[in-house]
Design a binder for this molecule. Structure first.
Ligand code: COA
Length: 416
């Protein structure tokens, strides 16, 4: 028995199957292409409904964002990232003892296993994009957790809490290793946001800076069925596991059309140089049919509510790092020009990524680390939505409208 016999067995099975199908349908196999459902095809799944959720709502027409019924403006002003994460995961604002218990867990989980930095040091960490380092780190966490494969809601919730606690530590570790600086141990006396900044920069932030990072984490925590959330949920719907699902989210967030835009905004602002160069730069960008990073959104056809908060917060950071003032002035001019032109023509306005990078820059954070910080916040929304869907899971499996031929005969290679 060899390859010939295997191929003969395949031919016999195929001939029998084709005969059976012909007997049943009376038609030759795949002779016509009949699309079996009434389909309306919108590129990029525009407008498609993937599932029901109680976690959050993006009102794109009015530029309004809600987490579990609470207005994001109220949460940004009055809440903390820890509280918002609890809200997203468990569906209600915690009382004092619930918040304490949740905080205690997050603090206890902050410390990363020692193997992680050893593994990251085996990579070309200084040259690798930190979003790639981030999913390497998460894959390591998965490989070090003997309960990764237990997909019970209880265990996956515990992993979600661990990931919320550990992503900032991992982001900080990557930032330090990239700069060849010694790692900083977590400080249990600091808030989630304060500890993130401390572990990244090695310095305890002042109260104002800590609060601004807290607000940044709140504003990024969840945002409807965006690409990375959907990627996370698609992966988990196969009953994979929370770590693998989060890796899918991170790989998706990395792209410049999604979370990767915050990094690109800073490069654009630096390229423009000063407010008086904005008009000329935008003219060139339009001629080249390039998109302006930090503007436009699939759902928002109004000014992004998160950008409305980030804009004014940059001014607080100018006082701490006057070096960002020229970039901020350039950003304000670009905001005005784009709203005047693309806002009127196509309802394109600033999104969450437009002003956030200026804040991180003034906090002393390397530009390439902006998207990992986004991930350290969005982990709450990803895991909350995965857990919500897991309770009544059904594998995601859309279809594509096939537009190719169906009856092409196979031609052996020497006859092509
Ligand atoms: N700059 C210039 N033009 C833009 C634009 C931008 N940032 N965003 C969208 N447009 C234009 C498109 O060219 C298109 O014009 P057309 O109808 O004349 O062809 C129209 O607006 C619709 O854009 P489209 O790319 O189809 O929208 P989308 O829903 O598929 O994409 C984004 C949404 C966010 C990917 C898109 O707006 C974008 O690439 N923005 C820049 C990247 C960014 O900031 N991403 C972060 C999002 S939070």
């Amino acid at each position: 028995m060899g390859k010939k016999e295997v191929n003969a067995a395949i031919k016999k099975a195929a001939d029998e199957a084709i005969q059976e199908i012909k007997n049943e349908t009376g038609a030759p196999l795949a002779s016509t292409l009949e699309w079996p459902i009434t389909a309306s095809l919108n590129k990029g799944l525009d407008g498609a409904i993937a599932c029901e959720t109680k976690i959050g709502y993006v009102d794109g027409a009015n530029g309004h964002l809600v987490f579990r019924g609470y207005d994001v403006f109220d949460l940004a002003e009055l809440s903390s990232f820890e509280e918002v994460s609890y809200l997203l995961l468990f569906g209600k604002l915690p009382n004092k003892s619930e918040l304490k218990e949740f905080n205690d867990k997050l603090i206890a989980y902050r410390k990363l296993p020692e193997e992680i930095d050893d593994a990251l040091l085996l990579t070309t960490i200084k040259k690798t994009h930190p979003m790639i380092s981030l999913y390497v780190g998460i894959a390591m966490l998965a490989a070090l957790n003997e309960k990764t494969e237990d997909i019970s809601i209880e265990n996956q919730t515990e992993i979600a809490e661990k990931l919320i606690a550990r992503l900032p530590a991992l982001v900080a570790m990557i930032a330090r290793l990239r700069q060849g600086k010694p790692l900083v141990d977590p400080d249990p006396s600091l808030s989630h946001a304060g500890n993130l900044l401390y572990m990244m920069t090695g310095e305890k932030p002042d109260e104002e800076t800590e609060r601004i990072m807290d607000v940044a984490l709140i504003l990024h925590a969840d945002h409807g069925m965006n690409a990375s959330t959907f990627a996370t949920m698609v992966t988990n719907s196969t009953l994979s596991d929370m770590y693998s699902s989060v890796v899918a989210g991170i790989t998706s967030l990395k792209g410049k059309l999604h979370g990767g835009a915050n990094e690109r905004v800073l490069y654009d602002l630096e390229e423009i140089g000063s407010p008086d160069k904005v008009d000329e730069w935008f003219k060139k960008v339009r001629e080249e049919k390039r998109k302006v990073m930090g503007f436009g959104h699939r759902v928002y056809k109004a000014y992004d509510p998160r950008a409305r908060i980030f804009g004014p917060l940059v001014k607080f950071m100018i006082a701490k790092d006057p070096g960002i003032e020229p970039l901020y002035n350039t950003a304000v001019k670009l905001d005005t020009v784009i709203c005047d032109v693309l806002g009127k023509e196509k309802k394109i306005f600033p999104n969450v990524d437009f002003y956030s990078g200026l804040i991180y820059r003034a906090m002393g954070i390397e530009t390439a680390m902006f998207t990992p910080i986004f991930a350290a916040s969005r982990i709450s929304g990803w895991t909350a939505r995965v857990l919500e869907y897991l309770k009544e899971n059904r594998i995601f499996r859309p279809r594509a409208v096939y537009t190719g031929p169906v009856d092409v005969p196979y031609v052996p290679i020497d006859k092509r």
